[in-house]
Design a protein around this ligand. Structure first.
Ligand code: FAD
Length: 416
């Protein structure tokens, strides 16, 4: 007797959403093909640690073939998906055409430069291993160049570091960078005058951490200022030519380093799908996470646009992507069983951001924490969420070492 053919589920993207969907379907009567352009799952919340020489890429990325070694109903393929034919139900990659019965798109997002002149070409970003490693190399190179620069103005520009966007990533990056220089680099460069160093955090709105409650915004300002980060609120960048930033009021600041953390939009593939897009180019989905008129297609995570009960778009967060993944996997199985899919409801697990090596802000169980306690919560949660026991152990040892000895260990300038 011929074995029954199982429905073929194609999952595109093995980030937070795709990984969780694939794992939740491990025992479902389906055959899964998981596709990603990379052969690893990346823990993006710690990318800034690569940039500030705190961790190496292999500590925050994990090979997908290892993760799914034991999942018998899944095949992994490393490819770039270039187009999708929703009518004929196939995807095209850079090398093959793959037919699907069900499709889960979890392709994430990419940096949004909002058209600011020169920011993308001349600035740095934290979105991938390559961009974070490139940022680390550049930061360390600036310190090397500054150490041999005799021109005072040029040295100041080399030691001026501008971070754009005071959301959690910008705050974490600016705080950690300020500490790297004050506590670690002053030991490597004893002649460095800290008066020449500026870490500037630029924010177009009137607040740091706009989505956080007022008491945590205040705590964030206080903690950043204690680390000598200059915070410029209501300040809009209009141009960056690689050597100088220009602000909306015409002021200019000489700098060779601009790290852009001010915006995210959905991954570029969403522009080529011929579907309805909303804010940040995310694809509008039904409350069940299905694509309108295409019940066999689910879109989740940063690529999907769905509003909460108050009409606000769900944030582009790993927690949203993971919760959506669970519901998408459940709904797919409901459809297979002839049941009606359920609507997605986001359960906010709280807010958490770190500001250097011993301070953080957190909002958990309706309570606000700041300072050392919040930092301990941050460390525990991030270690727990990393994939792989070895990674958890190595990162824990690394952070303990940095904490005790003020010594970020990855201070290597490598060729790009
Ligand atoms: C620096 C930084 C810090 C962050 N900090 C936090 C935080 O502290 N807490 C939090 O909750 N969230 C944080 N986020 C946001 C969080 O990482 C995202 O919301 C989350 O990754 C979204 O999950 P996703 O599955 O939608 O996409 P992703 O995790 O981005 O995964 C998308 C995957 O799709 C793949 N892909 C994309 N296009 C294609 C294609 N055409 N073909 C093949 N593969 C493709 C990509 O390679 C990637 O692996 C942070 C993000 C960044 C960049």
């Amino acid at each position: 007797m011929k074995p029954e053919k199982l429905p073929h589920v194609v999952i595109v993207g093995a980030g937070f959403g795709g990984l969780e969907t694939a794992q939740k379907l491990a025992h479902a009567p389906v055959q899964i093909t998981l596709i990603d352009r990379h052969n690893y799952h990346l823990f993006q919340p710690l990318l800034y640690q690569i940039a500030i020489a705190g961790l190496v890429p292999s500590q925050i990325a994990y090979p997908l073939r290892t993760i799914f070694r034991r999942q018998k109903n899944l095949t992994f393929q490393m490819s770039e998906v270039t187009s999708i034919d929703f009518n004929a139900r196939y995807i095209r990659t850079n090398g093959s055409v793959i037919a699907y019965d069900y499709l889960v798109l979890a392709i994430g997002g990419q940096t949004n430069f909002f058209g600011v002149t020169g920011a993308e070409e001349n600035g740095f970003q934290l979105k991938s291993i390559e961009s974070a490693t490139g940022t680390r190399n550049h930061l360390l190179r600036m310190l090397e160049q500054a150490s041999r620069e005799v021109d005072v103005e040029k040295r100041r520009a080399l030691l001026t570091f501008v971070v754009v966007g005071a959301g959690p990533t910008g705050v974490e990056t600016a705080g950690a960078l300020a500490e790297l220089i004050t506590h670690v680099m002053t030991k490597d460069y004893p002649a460095m005058d800290l008066k020449d160093v500026r870490v500037i955090l630029l924010e177009a709105t009137g607040n740091v951490m706009a989505t956080y409650p007022p008491e945590l915004r205040k705590a964030t300002m206080r903690l950043l200022e204690s680390k000598n980060v200059e915070i410029l609120l209501n300040t809009r960048l209009t141009d960056y030519n690689g050597q100088r930033i220009t602000l909306a009021d015409g002021e200019q600041i000489d700098t060779y380093t601009l790290i852009w953390t001010a915006g995210v939009r959905s991954a570029e593939l969403t522009d080529r799908l011929g579907v309805q897009q909303a804010a940040s180019k995310r694809v509008r989905v039904e409350p069940t996470l299905q694509l309108p008129q295409r019940p066999e297609v689910f879109i989740i995570g940063d690529a999907a646009y769905l509003e909460d009960g108050k009409g606000q778009p769900l944030p582009m967060l790993a927690t949203v992507a993971q919760q959506e993944a669970k519901v998408a996997a459940q709904n797919l199985q409901k459809i297979l069983n002839g049941e009606t899919p359920e609507s997605f409801q986001y359960k906010d697990p709280g807010l958490l951001a770190t500001i250097g090596r011993n301070a953080a802000v957190a909002r958990i169980w309706g309570l606000s924490f700041s300072g050392f306690i919040a930092w301990v919560i941050w460390v525990v949660l991030h270690i727990y969420r990393l994939i792989g026991f070895r990674n958890r152990l190595v990162v824990l040892i690394n952070w303990a070492w940095d904490y005790l000895f003020y010594d970020n260990q990855v201070r290597l300038i490598t060729r790009e």
